[in-house]
Design a protein around this ligand. Structure first.
Ligand SMILES: Cc1ncc(COP(=O)(O)O)c(C=O)c1O
Length: 461
């Protein structure tokens, strides 16, 4: 036994005794040598033995009787199932990008993010908000951020709401899960088809009854909704995901009237409405609602970055109390530090400024990509271009199936999503016409020509 430090010696004694106890080298209730006796036997200090015995005592390997010494605690043998073997492979997640170019609709460009400003604001949060940082946050999030969001949505989305109605969360997905808990058991929820597949998958996991509803040229089919009578419907009216339709006012009114007559909810997923090109902002469905039928979901994943994990929902006043009482034991799942930093960013105008900058950058990239696609793929594609969001739809001629296109894109190291991913049933489309979801936020402008060439190879061979 090495005797470098007392700490090291104590760990050695402790480990040796523990192993021997677990190997049943001692009998139950057997008395251990006294501290002094053990110290002499091992030629170590009494203090080292004392520390080892105390640690074994704290962990329950030994017990003590007053003035009689230390004894071995009776233990059962730990059952080891010979069939249970750990299958976890030693694999680190691959941090290196698997793709050379990305047409992902889920990412954002963070190359212009004001890192210095964010860092300065975060420092101020440490200086001025220690009472928030050192305690468990309010379940709906800090009131300061809720006030800032209330002002933001009033200005950007025409929404008049009270900060009390706003709930901050770490993502639209988790907020949706909380919403579902507010609804009755066996709730039937209608979703757009094609639509946001992540919501569908999550709802399925909770056992929610999902009703996929077809789209027509105005968006979700009101005819099918009336036939199926769900308790809630999730829609993306400002920029249908993924098809891009902007729901016209006639369908909005139909939907709102259906909801109020049937006491159902409309969950408005307003995921990327901040970006509009050549048209002005499209008002939210929430702002049309006069009967408290709409629940609004908003996110900073598109305007700032998905990695921030800050989203919010705006509840009708009728659901606030229920939300608070159902969640009063929950600890919020978002970062308070980020939430308070974001609040300062909005309050002091940095957010608005950044949004303007990104708007210009995305508009430029989008126009450049569209021009390049039209130049290279000419009559093989039609761009179904809604002037909104961070993606558009390309209808492309290709003899390959959707599955083949996805595999070929992977082989070309091109991140590419097709409509197949967002439709309820896998599409066996044998016609030549294929729908692609082309996101333009992540790709850098200088990468566009090469990425489009690879897309051509994927589609045409
Ligand atoms: C249709 C749709 N809804 C919502 C979101 C936002 O999700 P979150 O707020 O959880 O990042 C996204 C993000 O990509 C989306 O594509």
């Amino acid at each position: 036994m090495q005797r470098d430090t007392e700490q090291y010696i104590y760990r050695e004694i402790y480990n040796r005794l523990k192993e021997d106890i677990l190997a049943f080298k001692y009998d139950s209730h057997e008395k251990l040598p006294s501290k002094r006796g053990m110290a002499e036997h091992l030629s170590v200090s009494v203090n080292s033995v004392k520390s080892a015995y105390e640690q074994l005592l704290a962990e329950g390997y030994i017990y003590t009787k007053e003035r009689k010494g230390y004894f071995i605690e009776p233990l059962d043998k730990l059952i080891i199932d010979p069939h249970a073997h750990i299958t976890l492979e030693a694999h680190e997640s691959n941090l290196e990008e698997a793709y050379d170019f990305s047409f992902s609709h889920m990412s954002t460009d963070i190359s212009e993010f004001p890192v210095d400003t964010w860092t300065k604001l975060m420092k101020r949060v440490f200086q001025n908000y220690d009472y928030y940082l050192s305690a468990i946050p309010h379940i709906k999030g800090p009131v300061e951020l809720r006030q800032s969001i209330a002002k933001l949505v009033s200005y950007q989305r025409g929404i008049q709401c009270h900060p009390e109605q706003i709930v901050i969360g770490s993502g639209t997905n988790t907020l949706l899960m909380k919403l579902i808990q507010l609804m009755e058991d066996d709730v039937k929820i209608a979703v757009e088809n094609p639509g946001y597949s992540r919501f569908r998958a999550l709802l399925k996991q909770t056992g929610t009854h999902i009703l996929p509803i077809e789209l027509d040229r105005k968006g979700i089919s009101i005819k099918q909704i009336k036939q199926l009578q769900p308790q809630a419907v999730i829609v993306t009216p400002s920029h249908q995901f993924p098809m891009g339709t902007i729901m016209p006012v006639s369908r909005r009114i139909d939907l709102l009237n259906w909801a109020s007559q049937n006491h159902s909810y409309i969950i408005e997923d307003d995921y990327d409405s901040e970006f509009k090109y050549e048209t002005d902002n499209i008002p939210s469905l929430f702002s049309f609602d006069k009967n408290e039928s709409v629940i609004y979901l908003g996110t900073f994943s598109k305007t700032l970055m998905p990695g921030l994990r800050i989203s919010y929902m705006i509840l009708p006043s009728t659901l606030i109390k229920k939300f608070e009482s159902q969640n009063h034991n929950m600890i919020p799942d978002f970062s308070m530090l980020n939430a308070l930093t974001l609040n300062l960013m909005i309050k002091e105008g940095h957010y608005e400024k950044y949004l303007k900058k990104m708007h210009q950058l995305y508009a430029k990239k989008r126009a450049y990509l569209i021009a390049e696609l039209n130049k290279v793929l000419k009559s093989d594609i039609t761009i179904k271009d809604t002037q909104a969001g961070l993606h558009f739809i390309v209808e492309a001629k290709s003899r390959y199936t959707y599955k083949e296109i996805e595999t070929r894109a992977r082989d070309q190291k091109l991140e590419l999503y097709t409509i197949n991913r967002f439709s309820v049933k896998a599409l066996q489309n044998n016609s030549e016409s294929k729908l692609l979801i082309i996101g333009f936020s992540k790709i850098q402008q200088q990468q566009v020509p090469e990425a489009v060439q690879r897309l051509k190879k994927v589609l045409l061979g």
